[in-house]
Design a binder for this molecule. Sequence first.
Ligand SMILES: NC(=O)c1ccc[n+]([C@@H]2O[C@H](COP(=O)([O-])OP(=O)(O)OC[C@H]3O[C@@H](n4cnc5c(N)ncnc54)[C@H](O)[C@@H]3O)[C@@H](O)[C@H]2O)c1
Ligand SMILES: [Zn+2]
Length: 248
Amino acid sequence: MDAIEQVADLLRGASFPVCLTGAGISTASGIPDFRSPDTGLWTKVDPMKAASIDAFLDDPVEFWSFYRHRLGALDTAQPNPAHYALARMEKADYLKALITQNIDRLHKRAGSSAIAEVHGSIDSAVCLTCGRQYPHARMAEALVDPNGLPRCDCGRILKPGVIFFGEALPEEQYALSVSWAQRADLMLVAGSSLAVWPVAGLPDITLRTGGKLVILTASETPYDERAAVVDPRPLEEILPHLADMLQA
Ligand SMILES: NC(=O)c1ccc[n+]([C@@H]2O[C@H](COP(=O)([O-])OP(=O)(O)OC[C@H]3O[C@@H](n4cnc5c(N)ncnc54)[C@H](O)[C@@H]3O)[C@@H](O)[C@H]2O)c1
Ligand SMILES: [Zn+2]
């Protein structure tokens, strides 16, 4: 039996299937992931500069000189067939919940609704001094000017609402994802190297509570040996095929 047929069967038999996604589901939208050889972001920029809380705190102006381009690229990206397939599967009740490490908002834009964004998203910006939150537009408007910087009403430079290395995860979103991982009798991992903790521990929670794991990710992951099905083919091809198979 083809791997995707096996996944369809597992989904038909599951009572609380969840999906955990990573950067690999958005590469077909033109957003580079972190760890793919050659195209991954980490091969081009120093991660500690691009996405660490210390880099932001040390020099927010320098941080924004990099991040303004990334935000621009994220803003123009569109959901791809893999995002739409997961949204269709949720509507047809073949997925109960979606946990994403992505900060690009593409799942929401594709129509998924039960989502935990465990690494935050670019939907908001926050002032680390006074705690005030602003919508995405606050960043977009400031960045129209090539020398502009998004600032809080208190004057400090804003941080995008994404979780950087060195920061704690948003408590509520993470607690929600842990509860989904516990409840899940099936977890599909789509496009994640499962290298970033604590999210990388979620599949283990599902396995330990008796659930099954499906890994749909191009590269190897630390969980491949414990998975019921592993399929490395491009998500933008196999997920629409899976949704069709389920008549979702
Ligand atoms: N789109 C985004 O929002 C975005 C982009 C880059 C990084 N991030 C952040 O990166 C961190 C890194 O962890 P991660 O595990 O999500 O990313 P990762 O880069 O570590 O892993 C991505 C995985 O997806 C695979 N992949 C790439 N394209 C694929 C495709 N078309 N089909 C199937 N598999 C494909 C790669 O082989 C790799 O294993 C996360 O914290 C996330 O917040 C987010
Ligand atoms: Zn402030």
